[in-house]
Design a protein around this ligand. Structure first.
Ligand code: ADP
Length: 351
């Protein structure tokens, strides 16, 4: 039988005019196979079309020679700037950042379940993992491998649980040293905003790097944010971290949609008893004092840790659980804050 993999394997033996093979050179479009007939295009422009004609012929022959292929139709397609459909974030209605004052508070776990909560509430959702220093979204959403190229310069988002996903983690080997530092951070993030075919989305959830340093500030300015959500644990909410996050977004005029308190209380997995280890109500009061909406509290629970670390986020894999409901409710609260923030957004900011 003809498969996409076999077709691409055969095409890897066809040389590209500029060196290398046509697949690696990014010249091959999406391959479509229907009843043994194979269709695809080679990207060309007026300058390269002539040189590509013999390549097109060779590609057609190579695919026709495969067992199970009844016919192959290869065309040359003009690639104009931004030709890949839905490239960039132009058709994304809202971009919402999930941030935290420091690492380890459950920001990524919350971002992923929040994204799934938006989806459960009827929205089309993407997740962009901008946590350059520790991209954990691929693991949390059970995604591996490399994103496909569409044409020569557009990345196709990966997909799982109905979410479109892009992470800097896909573009690096897990073992490879972390070279995306300083100025590289900005360009990697720009690439995720401009060169990914996000298509039409109601919301793109951005998992920000933890902290409130320069990298985070630059990022908040680079990403056209509709709002930011701050994840905090009860301990640091009372301390300085969450406040710093708040101040950072306010500095760049990004509305803070609210604060989520994670690991808020302990829910005993065997007896179901709730223990307010860090006291109760403090976060809500603190949020009020800071003038930020309080979006809700998520308990510290074994299921949340086990499921998210196994790439089986609760909102998708156990939607009937009480935790899934908590995330959906928080998503609904965040969405309504985003809608009212949009209505009240000032046209001019006078300082
Ligand atoms: P961050 O993105 O802030 O560094 P993570 O989302 O990676 O944090 O979470 C850190 C660890 O805490 C992970 O092992 C995760 O499974 C766990 N975790 C996050 N939220 C909860 C929770 N509400 N209950 C139990 N474990 C949690």
């Amino acid at each position: 039988m003809a498969t996409k993999e076999r077709v691409l394997e055969a095409l890897r033996k066809v040389k590209a005019p500029g060196g290398g093979d046509i697949v690696s050179a990014g010249l091959v479009s999406e391959v479509v196979i229907a009843s043994g007939r194979v269709y695809f295009s080679l990207y060309a422009n007026p300058q390269t079309a002539k040189a590509l004609e013999p390549v097109r012929f060779a590609a057609e022959q190579a695919v026709r020679a495969l067992p199970g292929v009844a016919a192959a139709t290869v065309t040359l397609t003009a690639e104009t700037a931004g030709a890949a459909p839905g490239k960039g974030v132009g058709q994304v209605k809202r971009i919402i950042a999930v941030a935290s004052g420091k690492g380890g508070v459950g920001k990524s776990t919350t971002a992923v379940n929040l994204a799934l909560g938006f989806q459960a509430n009827g929205l089309s959702v993407g997740v962009m993992d901008a946590d350059i220093y520790g991209p954990s979204v691929p693991k949390l959403l059970r995604l591996k491998g490399k994103p496909e190229l569409i044409g020569s310069n557009t990345l196709k988002p990966m997909e799982n649980y109905g979410l479109k996903v892009m992470s800097i983690g896909f573009l690096l080997d897990e073992e490879s040293p972390m070279i995306w530092r300083g100025p590289m951070v900005g360009s990697a993030v720009t690439q995720m905003l401009t060169d990914v075919a996000w298509g039409e989305l109601d919301v793109l959830v951005v998992d920000m790097p933890p902290g409130t340093g320069d990298a985070q500030l630059t990022l908040s300015q680079k990403v056209p944010l509709a709002g930011a959500i701050i994840v905090s644990t009860p301990q640091d909410l009372a301390l300085i971290d969450a406040r710093k996050g708040l101040a950072m977004f306010r500095k760049v005029n990004v509305p803070v949609l609210g604060i989520i308190e994670n690991m808020s209380y302990f829910l005993c997995p065997s007896c179901g008893t709730r223990s307010d280890i860090f006291g109760h109500g403090g976060a809500r009061a603190e949020a009020e004092r800071l003038g930020a909406p309080f979006l809700g509290e998520i308990p510290l629970h074994m299921d949340i840790r086990e499921k998210s670390d196994a790439g089986l986020p609760l909102v998708a894999t156990d939607p009937g659980s009480p935790h899934a409901k908590i995330y959906r409710d928080i998503a609904a609260a965040a969405w309504s804050q985003a809608e009212s923030a949009q209505r009240t957004v000032p046209k001019f900011v006078i300082e």
